[in-house]
Ligand binder design. Structure first.
Ligand code: ARG
Length: 577
């Protein structure tokens, strides 16, 4: 990649000039991609060098530029100094050659082998059975899926892991509640809602009848011991919940390699606690509970076993981490989970360090809250958390209205079925993009209008740009002239090609920092450049067919990268909107 070429020649020149004085490891050459007129690539290495050499940055930059100009590679047209920066301008001939190559690769462009087939485990979505998936799980699902796609494109082997919340004392309470007030038919009709209702009722009645606490505990112990009736109930709750989750995954177009959940680690818990105690990592705490002190990490102690012997979320996570490392020897493990669980993961990773389990670089991929338009936590009129289903349904309905309006405006005739399909793809794209365009740590505000605005920085805008590019492509189907890339002399054309060149770098960057918003921004810029291009350059009206053909190559390449990029974000494109 050209960026690497620039970096290499700069290091070469530094070595030639000052190799005797400075080791190359002392200076970091970072190649920037400035969005201005001063150059296509830039390095600010002269500033760091000036400190080491005791000479002004400008003087260092001038010496370096002189040396670089002596052996300027064919890819670079010009090297200049401005304010201590060294700026590189790409040669047009190089750009044209690259365009031909990228166009040839089209669908595959951007994919690389950086990952070398190493394994990455990505833990995402992870809803809790017998409870509705909420918008936090939606964020985890969307961000996790995008990261998984991007790592795959970078040549990693990705294990997509939906670690279901299907174990814990709450299931004892749920079973107790079901035995007291449950109705089979009602559960069958609307499983998650009914089960959640039972759980809520249990907690309400608990206020008056404290003895329920004990009943819940006992039911859980029975479940743990493998009591047939309880086991069957729990399995049924799980099956019914999964059916509903899967409907949602299908709509969102996400898949998993494994659904191994908390219950799958049930048998590892007692040995894990015993092992930690034997190695003096864990000790007895209040009332016979078991804790791991984490003072060394400036963290509060982690409770790994309650005084009644019940295990906890963190205990299961320790067992899970061990299992993942043993089974997959992963290069990285990413946990895509809300900010609120930061302390949990700090404690988990501290314990991992004590146990020497941090070879797999476990990392908490945090994200913020989802807020309503009033900047308060997203909730229904009754004050309950909004479920995922409600959100998706509303998005589809609104998208349907927009599609209806658009097609009436443009006089396109779409069948009911087509409208329905388009509305689905647009709604899901809008939901995903509005999440992925933000830095994941920030809270996102649900702004329905903006999310579905075809002219703003939105999913529908990107999908619409793709449909426009496709339309141009289709209209020009019969043109078979040979493209002459030397005729691409418009500034916007060069800007587009340079933007194409950035795509692999952007994917690599996302893999380094786990921030899909870099890819979203890249695609937004690509769509903006592409629409400026087809709005200002009359692609199809050109009498010079060799230029027309060259411009079609630009159109096809932009469309292909948009499609690949959106696909990596989990967003589908449409040939017409
Ligand atoms: N089920 C949990 C929740 O809904 C998230 C699990 C995240 N993954 C993990 N390994 N702890 O809060």
């Amino acid at each position: 990649m050209i960026r690497e070429v620039v970096g290499e020649i700069v290091i070469g020149a530094i070595n030639e000039l000052w190799g005797a004085k400075i080791a190359s490891s002392e200076v970091l050459v970072e190649v920037e991609r400035p969005q201005n007129e001063f150059g296509d690539y830039a390095v600010n290495t002269a500033f760091a060098l000036s400190k080491l050499l005791g000479v002004s940055p400008n003087e260092v930059a001038n010496l370096l530029a002189e040396k670089l100009n002596e052996k300027k590679p064919a890819e670079i047209a010009k090297i200049e100094v401005a304010g201590g920066y060294i700026n590189f301008f790409l040669a047009e001939g190089f750009l044209r050659k690259e365009l031909a190559k990228i166009h040839k690769d089209r669908e595959l462009y951007g994919r690389s082998k950086i990952g070398g087939g190493k394994t990455i485990v990505i833990d995402y979505s992870a809803p809790n059975i017998a409870k509705p998936m909420h918008v936090g799980h939606l964020r985890s699902t969307i961000i996790g899926d995008a990261l998984a796609n991007i790592y795959e494109a970078l040549g990693y082997k990705v294990i997509r892991w939906n670690y279901l919340g299907d174990w814990g004392t709450q299931f004892g309470k749920l079973i107790a509640a079901y035995k007291l007030w449950g109705d089979k038919k009602e559960v069958e009709k609307d499983p998650i809602k009914t089960l959640e209702g039972l759980y809520v009722r249990f907690h309400e009645e608990l206020k008056e009848k404290p003895e329920l606490e004990k009943a819940g505990q006992e039911e859980f112990q029975k479940l743990e011991r493998g009591d047939k009736e309880n086991r069957k109930l729990w399995e049924w709750f799980k099956k019914e919940s999964l059916k509903e989750f899967e409907k949602m995954y299908e709509l969102l177009g996400v898949e998993f390699d494994t659904y191994a959940g908390e219950s799958d680690y049930e048998n590892d818990l007692a040995p894990t606690v015993a092992d930690l105690q034997k190695r003096d990592i864990a000790e007895i705490g209040e009332g016979g509970s078991v804790i791991v002190k984490l003072d060394k990490f400036s963290l509060p102690p982690a409770l790994i076993q309650k005084s009644d012997g019940a295990s906890l979320y963190i205990t299961r996570d320790i067992a899970l981490l061990k299992d993942r490392i043993k089974k997959y020897k992963p290069e990285k493990i990413l946990y895509v989970v809300a900010n609120q669980q930061a302390l949990h993961f700090q404690q988990l990773f501290a314990i991992a360090e004590i146990l020497g389990l941090n070879s797999a670089k476990p990392e908490h991929i945090k994200f913020g809250l989802v807020l309503g338009e009033d900047k308060k936590k997203l909730s229904t009129r009754e004050g309950n958390a909004v479920t995922l289903e409600e959100v998706v349904e509303k998005a589809v309905k609104l998208a349907r209205d927009v599609v209806e309006k658009k097609s009436a405006e443009r006089g396109t005739s779409l069948s009911e079925k087509e409208k329905e399909e388009i509305a689905q793809v647009v709604a899901v794209g809008a939901l995903k993009y509005q999440d992925l365009k933000e830095h994941r740590n920030s809270d996102i505000v649900f702004d329905w209008q903006r999310m579905l605005d075809f002219t703003g920085n939105s999913g529908p805008y990107l999908q619409y740009t793709y449909a426009r590019l496709s339309n141009i492509k289709n209209k020009a189907e019969k043109i078979s002239a040979k493209p002459d890339f030397n005729l691409l002399t418009e500034k916007i054309e060069n800007s587009l090609i340079k933007h194409f060149l950035d795509f692999p770098d952007v994917l690599e960057k996302v893999g380094e920092v786990n921030l899909p918003n870099y890819l979203a921004l890249y695609l937004y810029e690509l769509a903006s450049l592409a629409s400026r291009f087809y709005e200002t350059v009359p692609v199809l009206k050109d009498e010079n067919l060799a230029r027309l053909a060259a411009r079609l190559v630009l159109v096809e390449t932009a469309a292909a990268i948009l499609k690949t990029g959106l696909g990596l974000l989990g967003i589908k494109v449409l040939e017409k909107i």
